[in-house]
Design a protein around this ligand. Sequence first.
Ligand SMILES: *Cc1c(COP(=O)(O)O)cnc(C)c1O
Length: 378
Amino acid sequence: MLLGLGVVYDFPKYSIFQRGLIQVLNIKVEKAKELKQKPDFNNLGFGTDFTDHMFMMNYTEGQGWHDPRIVPYGPITLDPSAMVLHYAQEMFEGMKAYKTEDGRALLFRPEKNIQRTNVTNDRLCIPKINEEDMLQAIKALVSVEKDWIPTASGTSLYIRPFIFATDPFLGVRASATYLFMIILSPVGAYYKGGINPVKIWVETEYVRAVKGGVGYAKTGGNYAASIKAQMKAKERGYAQVLWLDGVERKYVEEVGTMNVFFKIDGEVITPALEGSILPGITRNSVIELLHSWGISVTERKLSIDEIYEAAEKGTLEEAYGTGTAAVISPIGQLNYNGKIITINDGKIGELSQRIYDTVTGIQTGAAEDSFNWTVEVE
Ligand SMILES: *Cc1c(COP(=O)(O)O)cnc(C)c1O
């Protein structure tokens, strides 16, 4: 890549023509003067190391999104009255880039993250972002930082796009200015020594989201609201929380920050998306994959009582969470009001393992991508 040291210049490779008008997105690239010492790629955590560069683009009412640029990674200045710090008008996304055996960089269904960005933006009154522009921004940054994609099994380059309100103002309304950024972080394998099913605390006091709220949007406020229950579960020796609906505390919604699936008597069930659940891309991929295998998936309300009754009858076969970080996280045990049930003897289920192997195979280019889910970054 022909990037001059410390020089600012146009990057014509990422010029694009959009909306039928001749409108060109020229991403300026300012290369870091000094590159960082890379962390030990065989010993990576999650979200602790960041690459040499980041993407930034501003929004100003009347002018739209402007000044797309790749700059050295580093702190930003923000007015203390910036609206995001007070009223949390912000959004984020989470996706990954994977290195194939032959050294190519692959994204997994990036168009889905981009479409979801605009769904979140709409709910948070953040201006929409042109889908093509966002894809080009992600590709441009990953392309610059290709050397940061780790190659060991299970590792990847985590991509975090986010947008936040920057108006210096303490009144409550939608901001007129925003910053869109993308940062990258090399992350280690979610499972270090094989997939271990986790113990889950069924939360009956706190709730994550309610219909009519922002549960279906990927926004920080949902996470801030979830920490208390997460801490409660941790203190009791549980890895995560199983969230119940906010009205009746009866129907399962999500597990931690993942979507959740149960296999009962041969039927795969996942809660229907009715406004309080985040529409996961992994969730969608698992549903499509199961359909392609001739396994039907039911999206419906599923009560915690139905799950416990199935466990009693011996028909609760498998349970797992789905999300970008882990792909599949099997549930080995549930504790609901002190009643403990163990699922599949605390071992990963056959179907869970098959889904995990197939999805990770497609993501890393090891398995055939018959769905056309991967997008290569040049
Ligand atoms: C991001 C997220 C998920 C998983 O979505 P993926 O697109 O599969 O990574 C599930 N639940 C919540 C609350 C999330 O924020």
